[in-house]
Design a protein around this ligand. Structure first.
Ligand code: 4BW
Length: 157
């Protein structure tokens, strides 16, 4: 199978090309109480969003299931935790991030285990996110364009 100029363009795509930029990404801050995070998650419709500090540096991720775990007591729903616990004390911190120069394959690899990947600069300042949707769209386009060639190749094997 021959690679065309367009195929090379696919491999040349970077996180920056695929990214939803920071101003369009719903996020919460470290010192927000969980009730605020829940409000953002429910109103935006997303299951998880990035957590930033007051200087817009990426710190972690908070999602609906983390918040549900925080209020789920042994005998009752501890609803008061929504106002007493901050996002900082509940968020997930062991999440990978990439630089905007990361190539498509690095994004693809990171998105196997995560629905979105945060893009940060050298000082952890938040640039945006790359979602599974953005990468799947590119792969879908590529596989459709290459479909006939891939079938021919299979017949030869
Ligand atoms: O509000 C929505 N609009 C659109 N167009 N699609 C949505 C919306 N909410 C969900 N979706 C779809 C997307 O295909 O459902 C998928 C799973 O959503 P999620 O994870 O579980 O909330 C969405 O897939 P995706 O676009 O590949 O996004 C993957 C994850 O990235 C989302 C969410 O956690 C995060 N995300 C996406 N756009 C975001 C965002 N977080 C904050 N702000 C954004 N603008």
């Amino acid at each position: 199978m021959k690679l065309t100029k367009n195929d090379h363009l696919l491999y040349n795509l970077t996180a920056e090309d695929l990214m939803i930029s920071s101003e369009k990404v719903a996020h919460v801050q470290l010192n927000n109480p969980l009730e605020h995070a829940l409000l953002i998650l429910v109103k935006s419709g997303y299951s998880a969003v990035p957590v930033l500090d007051s200087k817009y540096r990426f710190k972690g991720i908070i999602g609906k299931s983390i918040i549900l775990n925080e209020i789920l007591g042994l005998e009752r729903i501890e609803i008061e935790n929504l106002s007493t616990t901050t996002v900082e004390n509940a968020m997930q911190t062991n999440v990978p991030s990439l630089h905007k120069s990361a190539d498509l394959l690095s994004c693809l690899k990171a998105l196997i285990d995560h629905a979105f990947i945060c893009i940060v600069d050298e000082d952890q300042y938040f640039d945006g996110i790359v979602t599974r949707r953005a990468v799947l769209q590119q792969l879908n386009r590529f596989l459709h364009v290459k479909k006939d060639e891939l079938i021919k190749l299979q017949d030869l094997i």
